[in-house]
Ligand binder design. Structure first.
Ligand SMILES: Cc1cc2nc3c(=O)[nH]c(=O)nc-3n(C[C@H](O)[C@H](O)[C@H](O)COP(=O)(O)OP(=O)(O)OC[C@H]3O[C@@H](n4cnc5c(N)ncnc54)[C@H](O)[C@@H]3O)c2cc1C
Length: 516
């Protein structure tokens, strides 16, 4: 006999776990299945920031409101589209604050991240702070038998995401804390969680989805449910789908997402008649490659005594831009130039003072140099030669950049001046990311247009119901987070927008009732 639940959630990342907790609270019998042997998805590896305007959380900007957030989103997003409909935008701003307060009242403590503003605070309704929230530290011990089932934030354990409390107890922060809190709430309140259990088919078809088929212990198990929520992430780990949809060149190895997100549910839902949108978009993030994985370069590219050039040795953007805009800049440049990879060129002060990929400030392992993950040279000339960068181009760019640095003003790209540069320059004076590149040794790493997940997916409405091409809901099927087409189009409203949207959409799906 088939198992039967009120709601089956596919994916135990933050979106899936939040939906499970919310639906269980309303009395639903809920099953969460995940293909991975660990819960947490890419969320557990994330920075755990959530863009939730009007949260009125501790330290929130008191003057925030649903109306201001709506004005900001409209100014940022422009015209509406199927995925970025007026209804979805309204649902986001209406639900974000409510959700934040619901989480806090559910003993999932959140607080505003100081110093982090919207990506475009200059737009109407934009804010320079107060909308980005983070989960407070989490003690994995409370998970009991589920402790082993939660993905640790940094596999290999560098431990910078831990915090040691008085008495020696270690707590976890960032995305791992958020996933941990939610996994604890789910398992403690009677949600069934099956790990190592990929969904291999959807039950039903274009007339409606009635359940899923789960591969469990090498057997296919049918689970009936009137509501199936796809919280199965994006397709960032699927090279074929990347090449089909994302701008080229593209490589699954450039994604910082650690989850097994290969888009299999996307394909299954499309076969059942679901519409898709935004498949050429991702949450762009300039990355470097080392030790077999991608590392975000956000802090390193914003720190002084560095610049980014293309293969001609030319600068082409404000290196301190927010991640999404910086990643896009790499692709835009590569339309006319060899700009993938580009090069982050640093002088010795940068290497001595700023962490870079897996390496702490001042420490560069010989094996990284031997593997060519980072290049060091006594002169810029030699550095250019070692990397195949045009030498005259690089020297000219550095001379010009150093001139700007001594005047404290970047006349080409206004580095560090835009209000948008705020997230990377916490605590630094305006323009403080400018600094001469003139103290040997010189260093460089290759910069790729990586991502922290894809952004396109199934088209959903303001209740997170999956829509068919004719705009009608596909009965029984919901999607959220990485599995859904983002309402933010090619933009990013602020740090934490991916998680913010994943949570809001999951909440809307969990609290929707088909008859309503
Ligand atoms: C390094 C890093 C830092 C980031 N920092 C931030 C941040 O600070 N703020 C922010 O907003 N965003 C951030 N992001 C992005 C954010 O983490 C993701 O957008 C978000 O976690 C997506 O959540 P999700 O629940 O939709 O998917 P995921 O957390 O990826 O979960 C999807 C789950 O579905 C499972 N799954 C997939 N296919 C199947 C299947 N067939 N059957 C069963 N299960 C399946 C996967 O195993 C996975 O566990 C970051 C991402 C990375 C990689």
């Amino acid at each position: 006999m088939a198992d039967s639940y009120d709601l089956v959630v596919v994916g135990a990342g933050v979106a899936g776990l939040l939906a499970a907790v919310a639906a269980r609270r309303l009395g639903d019998r809920v099953l969460v299945v995940d293909a991975d042997s660990l819960a947490g998805g890419s969320t557990a590896l994330s920075d755990g920031m959530m863009w939730l305007p009007d949260a009125q959380a501790p330290r929130s900007a008191p003057q925030d409101s649903v109306e201001d957030a709506a004005e900001y989103l409209d100014a940022l997003l422009g015209s509406t589209t199927t995925a970025s409909s007026a209804e979805r935008r309204a649902a986001y701003v209406r639900t974000a604050g409510k959700l934040a307060r619901w989480l806090i009242s559910s003993n999932i403590p959140l607080a505003v991240e100081k110093g982090l503003g919207d990506d475009r605070p200059d737009l109407p309704g934009g804010r320079t702070g107060g909308r980005v929230l983070a989960t407070q530290p989490f003690d994995r011990g409370v998970l009991g038998e589920w402790d082993d089932a939660l993905r640790p934030a940094v596999e290999g354990g560098r431990g910078f995401l831990s915090r040691v409390l008085p008495g020696g107890r270690v707590t976890r922060t960032a995305g791992e804390a958020l996933a941990g809190h939610l996994l604890h709430r789910a398992t403690a309140n009677g949600v069934d969680v099956w790990l190592d259990s990929p969904v291999v088919a959807l039950q039903g078809g274009p007339d409606g989805i009635t359940g899923v088929v789960v591969r469990r212990d090498d057997a296919d198990v049918t689970v009936d449910a009137p509501r199936v929520l796809l919280a199965s992430g994006g397709f960032e780990r699927n090279q074929d789908l990347r090449e089909e949809y994302l701008p080229l060149p593209t490589d699954a190895a450039w994604s910082t997402s650690g989850a097994r997100n290969v888009g299999d549910l996307l394909t299954l839902a499309v076969s059942a008649g679901a519409a898709t949108a935004c498949l050429d978009e991702a949450w762009w993030k300039p990355v470097m490659l080392a030790e077999g994985r991608a590392w975000a370069l956000d802090d390193a590219r914003r720190a002084p005594h560095s610049l980014i050039v293309d293969s001609a040795g030319d600068r082409f953007f404000d290196e301190s831009l927010p991640a999404n805009a910086a990643g896009r800049a790499l692709y835009e440049r590569s339309r006319g130039m060899r700009a993938v990879p580009s090069f982050l060129v640093m002088d010795n002060r940068h290497r001595q003072s700023t962490p870079l990929g897996p390496w702490t400030a001042g420490s560069t392992p010989k094996k990284a140099l031997d593997a060519g993950e980072i290049v060091r040279a006594g002169t810029l000339n030699d550095l250019a030669q070692a990397l195949g960068i045009d030498r005259a181009g690089l020297l000219g760019s550095v001379v010009r950049f150093n001139g700007f640095a001594s005047k404290g003003k970047d006349l080409d790209f206004s580095r560090g001046e835009a209000a948008t540069a705020a997230p990377g320059d916490r605590g630094r004076r305006r323009g403080g990311s400018l600094g001469k590149v003139d103290k040997p040794a010189f260093w460089a790493v290759k910069v790729y247009p990586g991502d922290s997940g894809t952004k396109g997916g199934l088209v959903i409405d303001d209740r997170s119901r999956v829509l068919r091409a004719d705009g009608t809901p596909l009965p029984g099927l919901y999607a959220c987070g990485g599995a859904a087409a983002s309402l933010f189009k090619g933009t990013c409203p602020g740090p934490g927008a991916a998680l913010g949207a994943a949570l809001v959409e999951a909440f809307l799906a969990a609290t929707d009732r088909p008859s309503a």
